[in-house]
Design a protein around this ligand. Structure first.
Ligand SMILES: [Fe+2]
Length: 176
């Protein structure tokens, strides 16, 4: 049988996403603990549950392909999570600025996943993997919604981080 290079790439990228999602399942609880905004915390808790479903969907695709989902380390996600962790460990960040920084790190993660899922969904389409297309499309939409929700939360949290609602001194310090 002729080797299908696109199918190989498809499986390779699915493995990468599988590893990325599993890294995220471990990292999200740390973000839940670190943030101060209740809305943001609830958003991360919800996305953690979604992420576990994303893992299950990928497992479903792998079992229908008769392939193993493991065997790849997603270096991109590893780096993104490390940057998020650095944000959490940053000393002297005000609570609101910390939340804003964590949103920024989380949006990078979402955009990375949106790119990954967009590609594998397209490959699945070309390869005629209809069931996989609908599963990947579902996850892709959830990642996009998560990103949109983060943008909405940032609209308030970024402003709070300017100190506008804080003391006169905090406001003044912006101009110094
Ligand atoms: Fe995901």
């Amino acid at each position: 049988m002729e080797r299908n290079a696109l199918k190989e790439l498809y499986i390779d990228e699915l493995r990468d996403l599988y590893n990325a999602e599993n890294q995220l399942v471990k990292a999200l609880p740390k973000m839940v603990k670190a943030v101060t905004s209740e809305d943001l915390r609830a958003g991360f808790e919800e996305h953690l549950e979604q992420t576990k479903e994303h893992v299950e969907r990928l497992e479903q695709i792998f079992s229908s392909l008769g392939e193993e989902p493991t065997g790849k380390k997603c270096k991109g996600m590893k780096g993104l999570i490390e940057e998020g962790q650095e944000m959490i460990e940053e000393e002297g960040l005000e609570d609101e600025a910390l939340d804003a920084g964590i949103i920024s790190a989380a949006q990078r993660v979402e955009h990375y996943e949106i790119a990954g899922y967009g590609c594998v969904r397209t490959y699945a389409n070309i390869l005629g993997e209809k069931e996989a297309v609908s599963l990947l499309e579902k996850t892709l939409q959830e990642e996009k919604e998560a990103d949109k929700k983060l943008t909405e939360l940032a609209e308030t949290i970024n402003l709070e981080a300017t100190g506008e609602n804080g003391t006169e001194q905090t406001v003044l310090s912006r101009f110094l």
